[in-house]
Design a protein around this ligand. Structure first.
Ligand SMILES: CC(C)(COP(=O)(O)OP(=O)(O)OC[C@H]1O[C@@H](n2cnc3c(N)ncnc32)[C@H](O)[C@@H]1OP(=O)(O)O)[C@@H](O)C(=O)NCCC(=O)NCCS
Length: 127
């Protein structure tokens, strides 16, 4: 899926590998919702490999990959409000709620999407 106004040239789907085995994936759209943001549609780790630090390690590499491209300096994503493990995960890697929410409904799940973001800019130089 693509957000409005974006094309597949803006999108990357990345595999997360442990040795030779694919254990997860990442879906990322560059330049959404604004030119300096990368929007993370999904980061998933195979259930058998969760809680071993692999999601954090994969996210850390993703941040570096975004920084190295030199285009976007912010990561944004939306989490379903009832997905408490995911919220705990994103907070553990430094994302913070923006205060924005949107209604969410999928089958019997009625919740809200909670927007999170993280600046990738270097800390301000206080000298
Ligand atoms: C969210 C997800 C990617 C985390 O991956 P992971 O490899 O298990 O995460 P890590 O082992 O790196 O966990 C880092 C920290 O996140 C938090 N965390 C991760 N899973 C958690 C859980 N189930 N409950 C509470 N906190 C959790 C903890 O603070 C954890 O640190 P700790 O293990 O030292 O306590 C994984 O659970 C997943 O794929 N979930 C399904 C898909 C999903 O919801 N993705 C996010 C929405 S896009």
């Amino acid at each position: 899926m693509l957000p409005p106004g974006k094309t597949y040239d803006d999108k990357s789907v990345l595999g997360i590998f442990l040795d030779e085995q694919m254990i997860g994936c990442i879906d990322l759209v560059r330049g959404y919702p604004d030119a300096s943001s990368s929007f993370l549609g999904l980061l998933v780790i195979d259930e058998r490999y969760q809680r071993r630090g692999l999601g954090s390690a994969a996210y850390g590499r993703l941040e570096q990959w975004i920084r190295d491209q030199g285009v976007c300096d912010r990561v944004r994503l939306a989490v379903v409000g009832v997905n408490e493990p995911a919220i705990a995960f994103w907070e553990s890697v430094g994302l913070v709620p923006t205060g924005e929410t949107k209604p969410y409904r999928h089958g019997r799940v009625v919740s809200e999407l909670v927007l999170f973001e993280k600046s990738l800019r270097p800390p301000a130089d206080d000298w």
